[in-house]
Ligand binder design. Structure first.
Ligand code: SF4
Length: 91
Protein backbone atom coordinates (compact mmCIF):
# COMPACT_ATOMS: atom_id res chain seq x y z
CA UNK A 1 0.00 0.00 0.00
CA UNK A 2 1.47 3.36 -0.91
CA UNK A 3 1.72 6.41 1.32
CA UNK A 4 -1.16 8.27 -0.32
CA UNK A 5 -3.50 5.40 0.41
CA UNK A 6 -2.24 5.20 3.98
CA UNK A 7 -2.69 8.94 4.48
CA UNK A 8 -6.19 8.67 3.08
CA UNK A 9 -7.41 6.74 6.10
CA UNK A 10 -6.45 9.44 8.58
CA UNK A 11 -9.27 11.61 9.82
CA UNK A 12 -9.05 15.36 10.21
CA UNK A 13 -11.15 17.46 12.52
CA UNK A 14 -10.61 20.91 11.14
CA UNK A 15 -10.98 23.92 13.38
CA UNK A 16 -12.41 26.31 10.79
CA UNK A 17 -12.21 29.33 13.06
CA UNK A 18 -8.70 28.90 14.29
CA UNK A 19 -5.81 28.14 11.97
CA UNK A 20 -3.12 26.36 13.98
CA UNK A 21 -0.51 27.42 11.43
CA UNK A 22 -0.22 30.91 9.96
CA UNK A 23 2.33 32.19 7.50
CA UNK A 24 4.12 35.50 7.50
CA UNK A 25 3.17 37.96 4.80
CA UNK A 26 5.24 37.64 1.65
CA UNK A 27 7.27 34.59 2.66
CA UNK A 28 10.76 34.28 1.23
CA UNK A 29 10.46 32.19 -1.91
CA UNK A 30 13.62 30.15 -1.29
CA UNK A 31 12.45 29.21 2.18
CA UNK A 32 8.96 28.53 0.88
CA UNK A 33 10.34 26.20 -1.79
CA UNK A 34 11.84 24.06 0.99
CA UNK A 35 8.40 23.57 2.43
CA UNK A 36 6.87 22.71 -0.94
CA UNK A 37 9.42 19.89 -1.11
CA UNK A 38 9.30 18.83 2.51
CA UNK A 39 5.72 18.91 3.78
CA UNK A 40 4.54 15.29 3.71
CA UNK A 41 0.95 16.38 3.25
CA UNK A 42 1.76 18.68 0.31
CA UNK A 43 0.09 21.68 1.90
CA UNK A 44 2.57 24.28 0.65
CA UNK A 45 2.05 25.02 -3.03
CA UNK A 46 2.59 27.56 -5.72
CA UNK A 47 0.04 28.41 -8.36
CA UNK A 48 0.96 28.65 -12.02
CA UNK A 49 1.15 32.42 -11.59
CA UNK A 50 3.65 31.99 -8.75
CA UNK A 51 1.32 32.96 -5.91
CA UNK A 52 1.71 30.87 -2.80
CA UNK A 53 -0.93 28.61 -1.38
CA UNK A 54 -1.18 27.08 2.04
CA UNK A 55 -4.03 25.11 3.57
CA UNK A 56 -3.62 24.00 7.16
CA UNK A 57 -6.59 21.61 7.02
CA UNK A 58 -4.66 18.47 6.02
CA UNK A 59 -1.77 19.01 8.43
CA UNK A 60 -0.23 15.87 9.90
CA UNK A 61 1.27 17.85 12.80
CA UNK A 62 4.70 16.44 12.01
CA UNK A 63 6.52 19.69 12.76
CA UNK A 64 8.75 19.53 9.67
CA UNK A 65 7.88 23.02 8.50
CA UNK A 66 8.56 24.48 11.92
CA UNK A 67 11.94 22.79 12.16
CA UNK A 68 12.95 23.73 8.60
CA UNK A 69 11.86 27.32 8.38
CA UNK A 70 10.66 28.43 11.80
CA UNK A 71 9.76 32.06 12.00
CA UNK A 72 11.10 32.94 8.57
CA UNK A 73 7.86 31.52 7.16
CA UNK A 74 5.62 30.70 10.11
CA UNK A 75 4.27 33.36 12.37
CA UNK A 76 2.28 30.75 14.22
CA UNK A 77 2.68 27.01 14.68
CA UNK A 78 0.67 25.30 17.40
CA UNK A 79 -0.95 21.98 17.82
CA UNK A 80 -4.68 22.19 17.12
CA UNK A 81 -6.66 22.81 20.30
CA UNK A 82 -8.66 20.14 22.07
CA UNK A 83 -10.00 17.42 19.84
CA UNK A 84 -9.18 19.20 16.58
CA UNK A 85 -6.46 18.00 14.24
CA UNK A 86 -5.39 14.74 12.73
CA UNK A 87 -6.45 11.40 14.12
CA UNK A 88 -4.12 8.67 12.97
CA UNK A 89 -5.41 5.26 12.17
CA UNK A 90 -2.98 2.41 12.30
CA UNK A 91 -3.00 -0.84 10.47
FE1 SF4 B 1 3.08 19.97 6.56
FE2 SF4 B 1 4.03 18.76 8.77
FE3 SF4 B 1 4.04 21.44 8.57
FE4 SF4 B 1 1.75 20.12 8.89
S1 SF4 B 1 3.45 20.24 10.38
S2 SF4 B 1 2.11 21.80 7.44
S3 SF4 B 1 2.13 18.27 7.69
S4 SF4 B 1 5.22 20.03 7.30
Amino acid sequence: VNVDVKLGVNKFFVDENNAHIELVENPDSVEFAKLIAACPAGLYKKDDDGSIQFDYAGCLECGTCRVLCGKTILQKWEYPVGTFGVEYRFG
